[in-house]
Design a binder for this molecule. Structure first.
Ligand code: GTB
Length: 218
């Protein structure tokens, strides 16, 4: 059964792959699962039909027959559990990859989101310049720890996994808005390896095509 995901009708990032449907598209591309996309506007996301799928009125969602999911962690894990390619056959390696997925979402992404929120909503506050260094230090703390663990390995725990997919997706948000990744050459190279994967490129191109079509009216 072909799953359907939702994505922004017009992404505020102008198709730069930062909206979270990209990570779901990437997972689907990695496992070779075709999918349909239903585009939604900001107002549609807050209407009952979408709220029935996503209680917080956000994208992406994932529908497959009777199953409706929200939260990219849950969606990517579901895809990875039902298809070969993103989780090892070995039970312990699977569990470790899932740890890395949670680490990406619960440990690395929050300080990155805090920086984005600070820049977006607090830039005009008198205390903005005092707050920002602390926010960035918390990101550097996590990047330093991640860099130490990654070392000169290609991926976080052996073969590329759903854990790497989620970690690279989270780090790409930082790459887009700061030069901080450049301070950690092994992390920059890690992110570049993720971006070079054909499945990532297909996912990126697919979401960019939505923005391009909306812009040109095609
Ligand atoms: N924890 C949820 C998950 O992982 O699925 C978070 C989902 C989420 O934040 N969705 C955002 C959304 O629907 C889109 S991705 N926002 C609309 C709303 O809340 O009303 C976040 C996002 C949006 C835009 C950019 N950008 O333009 O750069 C980047 C990321």
């Amino acid at each position: 059964m072909t799953p359907t995901i939702t994505a922004f009708e017009r992404s505020p990032d102008r198709g730069q792959g930062l909206a979270r449907d990209t990570r779901v598209r990437w997972a689907l591309e990695e496992v070779g699962q075709p999918y349909d996309v239903r585009l939604v506007s900001f107002s549609e996301m807050k209407e009952p039909a979408h709220l029935a799928l996503h209680p917080f009125g956000q994208i992406p969602t994932y529908e497959e027959g009777d199953l409706a999911l929200f939260e990219t962690g849950a969606i990517v894990l579901h895809i990875a559990e039902r298809h070969a390619g993103l989780l090892s056959e070995d039970a312990n390696a699977r569990a470790r990859a899932i740890s890395w997925m949670f680490a990406a979402l619960n440990t690395v992404e929050p300080p990155i989101l805090d920086r984005e929120t600070t820049r977006l909503l607090e830039r005009d506050e008198a205390w903005y310049d005092q707050r920002m260094p602390g926010v960035e230090d918390r990101i550097r703390n996590r990047l330093g720890q991640l860099s130490a663990r990654l070392g000169d390995s290609d991926w976080l725990d052996g073969a590329f996994s759903a854990g790497d997919l989620m970690m690279v997706a989270v780090l790409l948000r930082l790459k887009a808005s700061s030069g901080m990744l450049d301070e950690y050459p092994n992390i920059s190279a890690y992110v570049a390896r993720g971006e070079a994967r054909p499945a990532y490129k297909r996912a990126f191109d697919a979401q960019l095509a939505v923005f391009t079509a909306a812009s040109t009216g095609s």
